[in-house]
Write a protein that binds this ligand. Structure first.
Ligand code: OOG
Ligand code: MG
Length: 259
């Protein structure tokens, strides 16, 4: 266990100091997915000890576009904490990250516990509201490159998130157009259907995976379904927005000089 703790502390330190590290799979023989999730749990525990609160989970690699961009072929998940949330319309301080990127997300807010093997209908019945959002991902690995187990240990690259205006749970999120812009120029476009065919499938998977990890989804939890498009690298001064058919838009400004 202490060996895993060392790995978790190294990733925590990398995030705190904004200094990228080498992939864990390069240093550890047999660094597998199960071990990686154990490291992720220890990593997030560090943050909870410092006062952060768990507020939900993020799903990753639920679309072909993301799998292709990062060269992996399996769905992953990570934990969201309250300190990761950024104000809609606010400013992101670039110097708090290593090499951050932004990607559009479909967000579910739960009103009921949701655990284990549930149907899509059961999952939707637990939803209080849906929203468009943006996730800030920031790998703690050099050059934003990793193998599957590495990115899992690194809390699935999660670093921040913004949630747009909440919409009724009855809003159909099956096939919504999504456009991400930088300074008004379209940089990514896609459809929510790219997320496992329907974003609710991501919520169904989240319910199962969270329960298997012994941390079942709770009322008030947020679930990010995974990006439908590739992520965009952030540079100082950029204005980033994501507009979602039926859900509205969400945006932020990148502040802080690049060091
Ligand atoms: C891993 C996180 C993937 C998504 O939405 O697919 C993810 C990464 O791309 O670094 O958040
Ligand atoms: Mg994401």
């Amino acid at each position: 266990m202490s060996g895993l703790n060392q790995l978790a502390l190294a990733l925590d330190h990398a995030a705190l100091t904004r200094q990228a590290v080498a992939q864990l799979s390069d240093q550890q023989a047999d660094f597998d997915v199960e071990t990686a999730y154990a490291v992720q749990r220890l990593l997030v525990q560090q943050r909870l000890r410092r006062g952060a609160r768990r507020v939900g989970m993020k799903m990753g690699f639920t679309s072909r576009a993301k799998m292709r961009q990062m060269g992996v072929d399996q769905m992953i998940w990570g934990r969201l904490t309250d300190d990761m949330r950024l104000d809609e319309g606010g400013e992101l301080a670039l110097d708090r990250y290593v090499h951050p990127r932004a990607e559009p997300e479909i967000v579910f807010l739960l009103k009921k516990p949701l655990a284990g093997r549930v149907s899509a209908a059961e999952a939707m019945a637990a939803v209080e509201a849906v929203a468009g959002g943006i996730e800030i991902i920031d790998s703690r690995y050099r050059d934003f490159r990793f193998h599957l187990a590495d990115v899992i240990a690194d809390n699935a690259s999660s670093s921040g998130f913004l949630v747009g205006p909440l919409q009724p749970a009855s809003t159909d999120v099956a096939n919504l157009g999504i456009v991400m812009r930088v300074d008004g120029r379209v940089v990514q476009a896609g459809s929510s259907a790219a997320i496992l065919g329907h974003p609710v499938r991501s919520l169904v998977a989240a319910a199962r995976l969270a329960a298997e990890a012994g941390e079942p989804l709770q009322p008030g939890d947020l679930v990010l379904a995974g990006a439908a498009t590739e992520a965009v690298a952030l540079r100082a001064g950029m204005r980033v927005s994501a507009a979602f058919q039926s859900l509205g838009a969400v945006s932020f400004q990148v502040g802080g000089a690049e060091s």
